[in-house]
Each structure stands twice: as C-alpha cells, then as structure tokens.
Design a protein around this ligand. Sequence first.
Ligand code: HEC
Length: 137
Amino acid sequence: MKYNKLLWIGTWISLLTMLGSFSLCGAEEVNTLSNGAPVSKLSNISFRNDIQPIFDANCVACHMEGAAPGGLILESGTSYQALVGQTSRQSRLQRISPAKPDESYLIQKLKGTHLNKLDSQLIDTLRAWIIQGAPDN
Ligand code: HEC
C-alpha cells in the first residue's frame, strides 16, 4: 500500500515536470506572424530579392522620384536609405527601426490609415525582415 502511494507520487512529479518543459518551449516564440505562426518560419529574407520586389510591385507606382507621397521614394537603389533608421514625416517613429517591427512606422502605416492596403502575408515578410535586423542584403 505504502509503496503504491510512493509510485503514484513519483508518476505525478514526472508528469508535471514534462508539462513544465513543454510550456517553456512555447514561451520561446516571442515574435509571431499575423496568423499566429512563429517568425522563424520565415528566415533569411533578402532585401534585394524579397523586399524590394514587394515595393516594385505595390508601392513605386506612387512612391517614385518626383511624386514621393509622404516624402518617401521606394524605388530600387533609394528605398533602403529612405527607410532604415529614417524618421517618418508623419510621426516620431522611424520608418523602419531594425529588430522592432511594432515601432516601425511603415508597418503601422500599412496596417492602419494608409490608403493602399498590402496583403497580410507580404506585411509578414516585411515584419520578419525587420525582426532579422533589417539588413541591406
Ligand atoms: C496609391 C498610391 C500609393 C501607393 C500604391 C502606396 N502609397 Fe504609401 N503613401 C501614399 C500617400 C498619398 C501617402 C501620404 C498620405 C498618407 O499618409 O496616407 C503615403 C504615405 C506613406 C508612408 C508614410 C511616410 C512617412 O514618412 O510618413 C509610408 C511609410 C508609406 N506610404 C509606405 C508605402 C508602402 C510600403 C507601399 C507599398 C506596399 C505604399 N506606401 C504604396 C500613397 C501610396
């Protein structure tokens, strides 16, 4: 009888330890995409191959030399310097603050009042690149 009781207690302790380590694993995923998937699913994003093509297809029709709404040119060769570490015209935030997507005005703008909406998957790609530190790669 006594031995059985000890066995039960032992089983419970090992179960609880297992549960504990599971929840620790979950806690590592701090940055998640809009669909709840971890950002680690999107890795090694290249500014040249992944980010600039988003601007070319969705933004430069308006954000081009000469017009530049919001004082922002997103054409290839100009966009990186115009974004990373640059304070936005409309807020005190940087347009892109490396490693801080939620403090990057470009992300807030595209999710908020901007007249042109961007597909949430593409916003996730932008977020993941910013989380990587917004490299000029
Ligand atoms: C249909 C034209 C149009 C397109 C396309 C467009 N924009 Fe804009 N954008 C504007 C206008 C107009 C403004 C200024 C008025 C405003 O804030 O809404 C602006 C402002 C901005 C600003 C704020 C700049 C600052 O420093 O305050 C950001 C950031 C921006 N756009 C990013 C983008 C991105 C990224 C894309 C592509 C995904 C894009 N825009 C596509 C018209 C456009």
